[in-house]
Design a protein around this ligand. Structure first.
Ligand code: PNS
Length: 163
């Protein structure tokens, strides 16, 4: 039976770190559903449609993936899609507490769904959508940290705010 994982996140926007995790995970899983979910703790910069479009463009040419969005509990979506695992990327130790809490809550909500963590490539250890957005907002150079389409969209988004 093909092994299916759900890779959930805000993807606001997708970064090269996310792409790195997807490529690594495809060595373990047969199919990955990259799913945009709502994180109530975050105020999104891009709409869900914009994030979907950036994911499609950034992951073009990578086989065995699907891009989706779901408005609800991650574990419910995992059951609906008959996923074998939830996939999350781990960067530095600072990610650990948040990821641990989320994985354990998801396990409490549904004991049958396992969370699998993959270490991100060293190049991406300090990158996150939030820090990249902050740098881009103030005109910082984010070359090579995000796919080209995301770079363009960030520039467009923030050019409106610049004096
Ligand atoms: O990229 P992020 O913001 O770290 O991703 C977090 C996300 C979206 C995966 C998480 O907030 C989530 O799963 N949201 C959906 C609601 C849910 O199931 N929450 C977890 C258990 S309370």
């Amino acid at each position: 039976m093909p092994k299916l994982a759900i890779y959930p996140g805000s993807f606001d926007p997708v970064t090269n770190g996310h792409v790195d995790i997807i490529v690594r995970a495809l060595k373990i899983f047969d199919h990955i559903i990259v799913c945009i979910l709502n994180n109530p703790a975050k105020q999104a910069l891009f709409s869900v449609d914009e994030r979907m479009a950036m994911l499609h463009a950034s992951l073009k040419g990578i086989n065995s993936i699907e891009i989706a969005t779901y408005d609800g509990l991650l574990v419910d979506y995992a059951v609906q899609r008959k996923a074998h695992a939830i996939l999350r990327g781990m960067r530095a130790v600072s990610d650990f507490e948040y990821e641990f809490q989320m994985a354990l809550m998801n396990r409490r909500l549904n004991r049958d769904i396992q969370t699998v963590f993959l270490m991100t490539g060293l190049r991406w250890i300090f990158t996150s959508s939030s820090i990249i957005k902050e740098a881009a907002r103030f005109g910082g150079n984010i070359n090579g940290m995000v796919p080209k389409i995301v770079h363009k969209k960030l520039k467009e988004k923030f050019s409106a705010y610049r004096p």
